[in-house]
Design a protein. Structure first.
Length: 304
């Protein structure tokens, strides 16, 4: 198949459903050979089913593409090397990694258990590191490669009951930026996407108030396949100048996020005391303090 990623080999985690499935299918349509990675677990990470990943492989092959399935857990470092080896054995190289796999364990923070925290971090953040690190050596040796990591506006902005997910998703931004800085010299790029899409993960958003119900109804209009075009572009050679960025897709709208930068400063030649901070700095900074907001407070308009 000819296309914007023709001849490349792509690994997509969490590729059996939702956003990952859409990316895997479009990647194949645009000419890439695809490793479809998914353990087939439930939303909270329980269970294992080989069927969903194989179903996507079968769908790709039916359309004339080439793909294999992997149902190994990316939270185990050794499995990442095995997944890369499977790609190399099947297709001879690896060019693209999409870190999309994830689980949810939403809990209000004072009820969040260690396993709620550690299991979410293990899949999202550790899994993204494991897969990226396993690819990095090959990308360096071939002097090319591209990463996409899925972050979330839950991490970039905020949400209730998701301290574990927010920490993981904001950690992924740091991981992506670090990879971009360290590997730019080897012509390797790393970017983040925050997807707005109705999927198993977003279907768990509480809808108890009128505002929350309106937000859920907006989400339902945003199909998971809308994320794939941006992902495929960023992973192609056409995006060779795009590195270390954070973008979002909200139906037919693509958003570029800013990176944290200083916005105010005050200097006191004799140094600060708690009292002078309270009397001088805090009032001066107050108008610039970021309010506690949720994603829906920022993206409060109908999807375009």
């Amino acid at each position: 198949m000819a296309g914007i990623v023709s001849g490349k080999v792509a690994i997509v985690t969490g590729a059996a459903r939702g956003v990952g499935r859409g990316i895997a299918l479009l990647m194949a349509k645009e000419g890439a050979k695809v490793v479809v990675c998914d353990i087939g677990a439930s939303l909270d990470g329980a269970g294992h089913d080989d069927g969903p990943a194989q179903d996507v492989v079968n769908e790709i092959k039916k359309e004339g593409g080439d793909a294999i399935a992997s149902t190994l857990s990316i939270s185990e470092p050794g499995n990442a090397d095995k997944i890369i080896k499977a790609a190399l054995d099947a297709f001879g190289r690896v060019d693209i990694l999409v870190n999309n796999a994830g689980i949810l364990r939403d809990r209000i923070f004072h009820r969040m258990s260690w396993s709620d925290w550690s299991d979410v971090i293990a899949v999202h953040l550790h899994g993204s590191f494991n897969m990226s690190r396993a690819c990095a050596t090959h990308f360096r040796e071939q002097n090319s490669g591209s990463f996409i990591h899925m972050t979330s506006t839950s991490g970039l902005v905020g949400n209730f009951g998701q301290a574990n997910y927010m920490a993981a998703k904001l950690g992924i931004v740091g991981l992506s930026r670090g990879i971009a800085l360290d590997m730019e010299r080897f012509k390797v790029r790393s970017n983040c996407i925050a997807p707005f899409a109705w999927s198993r993960l977003t279907a768990t958003i509480p809808a108890q108030t009128d505002a929350e119900r309106e937000r859920v109804e907006r989400l339902k209009t945003m199909s998971a396949d809308k994320i794939a075009p941006l992902a495929v572009f960023l992973l192609s050679d056409a995006a060779k100048e795009v590195n270390g960025q954070i973008l979002a897709v909200r139906k037919n709208e693509i958003v570029l996020f800013s990176a944290p930068r200083p916005i105010r400063s005050m200097q006191k030649s004799e140094g600060w005391t708690p009292e002078t901070i309270a009397s001088e700095l805090a009032p001066a900074f107050a108008s610039s303090f970021r309010k506690l907001e949720r994603t829906g407070d920022i993206f409060n308009y109908d999807p375009i």
